[in-house]
Structure formats: structure tokens, C-alpha cells
Design a protein around this ligand. Structure first.
Ligand code: CTP
Ligand code: CA
Length: 229
């Protein structure tokens, strides 16, 4: 059954979410990636849809089902993610949860790289990927509310405050991803986040990623309402 209007605080809104890692090809069988599972981003997309938003979820390569009521666009590389994000605009709010690979291989090999018994392995030359969040922040179609995520392993708050300024966004949701595979937030089911804005830093308890998503969606709704044109 449809929820009452007051329980669907994002109805009429378009929320754009990026999630998961990107994969940057080295050759036809190898790629550069990171440990992002996509769980937090997918949970945010699901919560926004439940709150009545039209939701576009631009997803990197992850093994997760599409949340109910969400339009999903699958991409592989950072450059594809940028194109998909631009193609989904305009949006009232964008939540950039994806762990975008910062670098790609400058020259993707057309054929599988082979060992050469005698020589040392060829170094991989890297090129920097576009910053999707920063690009969106200065675009003519900047969403009214622009939220970034920051996974840090040290100085979590300070790094997040620097990113907030550098990327011209309205909020950075920061978390500590130190810890090896198995104990890290990355891939896990819980998250302890800090909401960093120019006005304040608010730290939440360690919560299931679904609960982080639901609370964040409440914040998004009230911030969009407070700046409703
Ligand atoms: N981001 C992005 N495009 C990139 C890199 C990052 O859109 N090429 C977004 C992420 O989705 C996230 C935010 O920017 O919302 C912060 O990402 P993060 O990797 O923490 O920031 P970087 O600027 O890449 O800094 P760092 O050197 O710490 O990785
Ligand atoms: Ca990065």
C-alpha cells in the first residue's frame, strides 16, 4: 500500500545515487579496482525510493539486486560513470557514494599482456580520472543538494572538511575504512559515519548500513524542504 504523504517526504524529487567501485581496464582480462561493495549506496537508493523519490542509481560493477522502484544504470569505468551521471541530470539531490578509481591505465592494452621471461615487468602508466562530484558541483545543472562520501583511513574529519571545500559540495559523509579485508567497513554491513557540513560535524553511532541510509534520507528531505524554491 502507498504510504501517506507525510511518510513519503521525497515525493516529486529526483535523487541521483552513485555506488560501488569502478573497474579500470589494464588489458582485456585485468583491471584496477577497490574493495567497495556498493552496499551503502544501494541502501541509500532503496531508502530514497521508499521515501517517494524518483531514484536513478548509477552502479559500478557490484553483485547486488536492484532495489525496488529504482532505475539502475550499470557502468564499469569512471568515465562511463561520469557520462551516466550527466545523462541522468537534472536531479534535486545527488549522493555520490561510489568509490571511483582515482586513476586509470593511460593506455589500455588491446591484447592480454604477456610475461617476458627475461625483462622486468613493464610499469603501468596511470592517468587521473575525472572527478565526478567536483564536475557536478560546477556544472550548470548542479543538483540543489550535493552530498559526497569520503572513505578515510586516518584524520577522518579533517580530510572530510578539506574535501567539502575542495569539491564545493553541501555535505561530506565521512567514514573510517581502516582495517583489513573482513574487518573493514568496506564490504561489511555496518557503518559509523560523520556528517560534515560547513556549519557542523555530527557523528552517528555504528549502525547497519540500511539505518544510515534511512536517517540520511530524512536529512535530505528536510534540507530540500528548507531550500524549496
Ligand atoms: N569522487 C568522484 N569522482 C572521482 C573521485 C571521487 O565523484 N574521480 C567522489 C566520491 O564518489 C566521493 C567523493 O568524491 O563522493 C570523495 O571521494 P574520495 O575518493 O574520498 O576523494 P578524492 O578527492 O578522490 O581524494 P583521495 O585522494 O582521498 O582519494
Ligand atoms: Ca579517491
Amino acid at each position: 500500500p502507498l504510504l501517506e504523504e507525510h511518510q513519503r517526504p521525497l515525493s516529486g524529487r529526483h535523487v541521483l545515487v552513485t555506488a560501488g567501485p569502478t573497474h579500470e581496464p589494464i588489458d582485456p582480462v585485468r583491471y584496477i579496482a577497490n574493495r567497495s561493495s556498493g552496499k551503502q549506496g544501494f541502501a541509500i537508493a532503496a531508502a530514497a525510493a521508499r521515501a517517494g523519490a524518483r531514484v536513478t542509481l548509477v552502479a559500478g560493477p557490484v553483485d547486488l539486486p536492484t532495489p525496488e522502484g529504482v532505475t539502475r544504470v550499470d557502468v564499469t569505468t569512471a568515465r562511463e560513470m561520469l557520462a551516466a551521471v550527466e545523462g541522468a541530470l537534472p536531479a534535486d539531490c545527488a549522493v555520490m557514494v561510489a568509490a571511483v578509481a582515482d586513476w586509470r591505465v593511460a593506455q589500455e592494452a588491446g591484447q592480454k599482456l604477456k610475461k617476458d621471461g627475461s625483462a622486468a615487468p613493464a610499469p603501468l602508466e596511470l592517468a587521473e580520472n575525472p572527478d565526478i562530484l567536483a564536475t557536478l558541483a560546477i556544472s550548470g545543472q548542479r543538483p540543489r543538494l550535493l552530498i559526497g562520501f569520503a572513505a578515510e583511513t586516518e584524520n577522518v574529519i579533517a580530510h572530510a572538511q578539506a574535501k567539502l571545500a575542495r569539491k564545493n559540495c553541501d555535505m561530506i559523509v565521512a567514514n573510517d575504512v581502516s582495517g583489513g579485508p573482513g574487518e573493514s567497513v568496506m564490504g561489511g554491513s555496518r557503518n559509523r559515519v560523520h556528517l560534515v557540513t560547513v556549519e557542523a560535524v555530527e557523528s552517528w553511532d555504528d549502525l547497519p548500513k540500511e539505518e544510515v541510509a534511512a536517517r540520511l534520507v530524512d536529512r535530505i528531505a528536510s534540507r530540500l524542504d528548507s531550500v524549496r524554491p
